[in-house]
Ligand binder design. Sequence first.
Ligand code: 4AD
Ligand code: MG
Length: 443
Amino acid sequence: MIIQIADIARYVGQDVTLRGWLYDKTGKGKLQFLQVRDGSGVIQAVAFQKDLPEATFEMIKGLSQESSVLVRGRVRADERASGIPGGFELGISHLEVVQRAEEYPITPKEHGIEFLMDQRHLWLRSRRQWAILRIRATVVRTIRSWLDDHGYLLVDTPILSPLAGENSTDLFEVDYFGEPAYLAQTGQLYNEANMMAFGKVYCFGPTFRAERSKTRRHLIEFWMVEPEMAFFSLEDLMDMEAQFVSAIVQAVLEKHRTELDILERDTSKLESVLPPFARISYDDAVERLIKVHAQTEDPELKAQLAISWGQDFGSPHETALAEQFDKPVFVYHYPSAVKAFYMQPVEGRPEVCRSVDLLAPEGYGEITGGSERIHDAELLGEKVKEIGINPENYRWYLELRRFGSVPHAGFGLGVERTLSWICGLKHVRETIPYPRMLNRLYP
Ligand code: 4AD
Ligand code: MG
């Protein structure tokens, strides 16, 4: 019977066939220990010379790493066995090679990051990458299921469009049959039209930023989920975000203890991620940062933490703020000048806007960004002119404010930054199967 390693517990005492790859092999004389992986798990398969034809045993002894194989044998329960799932072993009775792998470039020894990035198509087979990308699948699934279950409708938005969703500086321009078009920085503007048709909507797909940023938080292509809600205030938005983000974290804790163990993630910091999350204003945040700055002795960090009212936060600021809380923290009412054109000014204080960023703990920085949107046609028309793209391309967007405009709000959550935080990774590059970065388009 052909089975998956993930289901191995059901077959103790039975003869089964596994189809997979040789992950690793150790041996001493008459005994060979093969780590066989099939994508669903890893198991130790033991070849005992006396149980196998001479030729088969010799072939096993010479088997190369990542050779593809069919392995038949009896499943044994053994508490000490360290596979995934742990506690099982296979006594090999037959082994067939599908393809004998050439010398595999990624060996169990340490490799440099650029080398591994060049080998990304093979590196995906490693245990850590396996763990990360399985958690990613759960993050994506939970995003969809939570929104679907809470009355949000998935409405897709285009990747190619004639306008800039966020700004005109980080745009990828393509030639659309002689007209300029841009890869989506966000689905938000179309989301706002969809929201007026369906009430609560979301779009979820890849987004693109031609940003010349080379940090551990930036990708050129990343996945973003963007909910947009009619009649939502900034306060409603923060309530909803806290529920949503908590649900994602708790789903990962529930399903992925094994993967989090592989990543050596301290899960106690994730357990506490439950609503509510603290909310501080930008003004308050600046005051807190000025205090932190005054108390910082390390000259390099002190220089990075310098801040005055009106400036946007950099990573060191976000980290310092988040350190004051054990859960994600909302920072609201940023200066209008550092935020996108579509954000609603605060009444009586237009120098700040009805925006909110959610900062993750442990130095992971901004994982969501959102706001109330300008719902006044005239004001939005003024702002659109400042973007630097033909305002005619925004005509439909401005029309939304003329046919039953309502207060509304929405946000975007970056999958990779969120995953990086949940997995406790140093860099977002491992959170997406094929990262696109400033200096990387291969593989
Ligand atoms: O703050 P951003 O730019 O917001 C928007 O695009 C809004 N239109 C969303 C909305 O209101 N519908 O991006 C939202 C999130 C960030 O908080 C971050 O998690 C992620 O997207 N993000 C990136 N992730 C990786 N690499 C980049 N270069 C990113 N830029 C933004
Ligand atoms: Mg942002």
